[in-house]
Ligand binder design. Structure first.
Ligand SMILES: N[C@@H](CCC(=O)N[C@@H](CS)C(=O)NCC(=O)O)C(=O)O
Length: 228
């Protein structure tokens, strides 16, 4: 049975799952949900995902949503968990990193991505980004990245010495937040040489073929959407 992921390669949380699936070598069929047409708010869709959000996974009738939960499921059920350390202490450091991403990265990069990337993209040239909110988020994130530098100076990855889901979870919002579409907006530079270990880590994870494939898939979907 084919694993079906209902979502959009343009949407960050779908990208998170796609990147994990690619890295694990798990084959997932993306069933595109058109967010612009609000297909995610259709009653049939909301029976599966009651928040009306993407993505959700359908594994032979087993329905699961929340991108990080889906990623863990793919890692443990459909692969041998090699992106989740099993040994107790290694697993604890991994869980620490998962928590770090959700509390110290995601809340700020989501504001930057929204104001400087996807609202300008989808709401058009007339959209006036809330730069006050964006700059506040960026200042807070910069301080958090100083702590990332400390952690990443001690081990190669955020969750220990091996690449884990925790690293991959950063990719969609990190990439979007550091690719502003708003002319003149201050640039979030995750490769800033003033944090050499963050720069090393970020360069490595954005260069993973698993992520490059997701970026290419997003471009293809965006081009098709623009044509339609
Ligand atoms: N915590 C959820 C968030 C899902 C989410 O916010 N998805 C966005 C796209 S990235 C969405 O569906 N937005 C449309 C909406 O909320 O109406 C996850 O990780 O899957």
């Amino acid at each position: 049975m084919v694993l079906k992921l209902y979502g959009s390669a343009i949407a960050t949380c779908t990208q998170r799952v796609l990147a994990v699936a690619n890295q694990l070598g798990v084959s997932v069929e993306l069933v595109i949900v058109n967010l612009a047409a609000q297909e995610n708010k259709a009653p049939e869709y909301m029976k599966k995902q009651p928040f009306g959000q993407v993505p959700y996974l359908d594994d032979d009738g087993f329905i699961l949503f929340e991108s990080r939960a889906i990623s863990r499921y793919l890692s443990t059920v459909h692969a041998s968990g090699n992106l989740i350390p099993k040994e107790a202490k290694e697993n604890a450091i991994f869980e620490q990193a998962v928590s770090i991403e959700q509390s110290n990265f995601d809340p700020f990069t989501t504001v930057l991505a929204r104001e400087r990337f996807y609202y300008p993209l989808f709401r058009g040239a007339n959209y006036k980004p809330d730069e006050v909110a964006a700059q506040e988020a960026q200042a807070k994130l910069e301080a958090k990245l100083d702590a990332y530098e400390v952690i990443l100076s001690k081990h190669a990855y955020l969750g220990g010495d091996k690449l884990t889901l925790a690293d991959l979870f950063h990719l969609p919002y990190g990439a979007m937040a550091s690719s502003p579409r708003t002319p003149g907006a201050p640039y979030l530079n995750l490769e800033d040489p003033k944090r050499p270990n963050v720069a090393r880590w970020w360069k490595e994870i954005v260069s993973l073929p698993a992520w490059k494939a997701v970026s290419a898939q997003a471009q293809t979907e965006l081009a098709a959407l623009k044509k339609a």
